[in-house]
Design a protein around this ligand. Structure first.
Ligand code: PLP
Length: 388
């Protein structure tokens, strides 16, 4: 058992305090484990917030990165980058959109959603020849922290002091109100198939299908934010595969880079066409290094048996959670559950060598690396029994 300590840790005055006080400092990782600056080991059910899907210090990925850094790290999008072509082909091929798909690479989740928001407006202005600017999001959504993504994230605490937000970003208060708001003024609606930040709550397939149908009826676009759910997290490459909907635009980040910043926007051909040369861009997005990482992660996650493992171990984890907690919900290796006091649960877990994240005062999220094995689930259960 670890003890709560901060032996070598001090809080420098030189850092912004936007993350508050952090009691632990991790200095090394190995697979599903992290080690802090005192040498204590932790079973990592945070995975860098659903990012390190292949685990920490993955040797194959380390070799790919070392190789690429010694070859070519960055050129900017002034030049065609072979790794972008390779990864775009793979993502477009697996996305299953209504038309051929095209891909734009960016650096983060919020940036992917920002691009999707711009693309939706531009599509209506330039391609659909309609004057539409409204974008809808769902209650409980989280889409990121930049102004556009923030405007589609209806959490008052995140808005406080940052207003005015981007006009015509609408966040109705109920799921029914979202449906009722869909008219010919709406450019797009953005959804998460499983609301991760809110507490890992999957949306009903039936609701998502109804939403998709209504959007299609009025010619509005469906944007699926797969930043957290994508790249195998829910047991399929994209979470939308499990609910019978076909997005017009998909956003990815988190798991795509395993810790190196990689984001992507996938859109059907006629939507992507709205971004004509010069319409949008990024200096870093899709760098040779980011693409070496993204291609390696994609190839690993789509290897035969990998996603079967996520589903198998995910079921074992769900069983353990259901035996100990209330309101367990999630998919694959992305689960949420209720506790009496999430802050004290999180800190007692850390004391016992387990890392989890707190979504609210009473809700915990676990998003372990996707390489998790049954033996780690047993280890998790032992620690949970110690905590409760
Ligand atoms: C984390 C997250 C984002 C924001 O991604 P960043 O890389 O932190 O900008 C957006 N949408 C969802 C669903 C997320 O989970």
């Amino acid at each position: 058992m670890n003890s709560t300590k901060s032996a070598t840790l001090s809080h420098p005055d030189s850092l912004f305090n936007n993350y508050g006080t952090r009691n632990l400092s991790m200095v090394r990782g190995e697979g599903v484990f992290l080690y802090d600056d005192t040498g204590a080991r932790y079973l990592d059910f945070t995975a860098g917030i659903a990012v390190c899907n292949l685990g920490h210090a993955h040797i194959g990925l380390a070799q790919v990165i070392a190789q690429q850094v010694q070859t070519l790290m960055h050129t900017s999008n002034l030049f065609l980058i072979p790794g972008q072509v390779a990864l775009a082909d793979k993502l477009a091929g697996i996305a299953g959109l209504a038309e051929d798909a095209k891909v734009l690479f960016v650096n983060s989740g919020t940036e992917a959603n920002e691009a999707a928001l711009k693309l939706a407006r531009k599509y209506h202005a330039a391609v659909a020849q309609t004057n539409r600017t409204k974008v809808l999001s769902l209650p409980g959504a989280f889409h990121g922290r930049t102004m556009g993504a923030l405007s589609l994230t209806p959490k008052a605490a995140y808005h406080n002091g940052f207003t005015p937000l981007v006009p015509d970003c609408l966040t109705p208060n109920s799921l029914d109100e979202v449906l009722a708001s869909i008219d010919t003024d709406v450019a797009a609606c953005i959804v998460e198939v499983v609301q991760g930040e809110k507490g890992v709550y999957p949306l009903e397939a039936q609701y998502l299908q109804e939403l998709s149908k209504r959007l299609r009826e009025v010619g509005a676009l469906l944007i699926v934010d797969e930043v957290q759910t994508g790249v195998g997290r829910t047991g399929t490459f994209f979470a939308y595969e499990q609910v019978g909907i076909q997005p017009d635009i998909v956003t990815l980040a988190k798991g795509l880079g395993n810790g190196f910043p990689v984001g992507a926007v996938i859109a059907r051909e006629s939507v992507a066409a709205a971004f004509t040369p010069g319409a949008h861009g990024t200096t870093f997005g899709g760098s040779p290094l980011a693409m070496a990482v993204g291609n390696y992660v994609f190839d690993t996650v789509t290897e035969t048996g990998f996603l079967e493992g996520v589903n198998r171990v995910g079921k074992a984890l769900e069983q353990v959670l259901s035996g100990h907690f209330e309101h367990v919900s999630g998919r694959g290796l992305m689960w949420g559950f209720d506790v009496a006091d999430a802050a004290s649960f999180t800190s007692r877990a850390a004391d016992c060598g387990l890392l989890v994240t707190k979504c609210s005062d009473t809700r915990i999220r676990v998003v372990p690396p996707l390489i998790l094995e049954e033996s780690h689930v047993q280890m998790f259960e032992k620690i949970v029994q110690e905590i409760i």
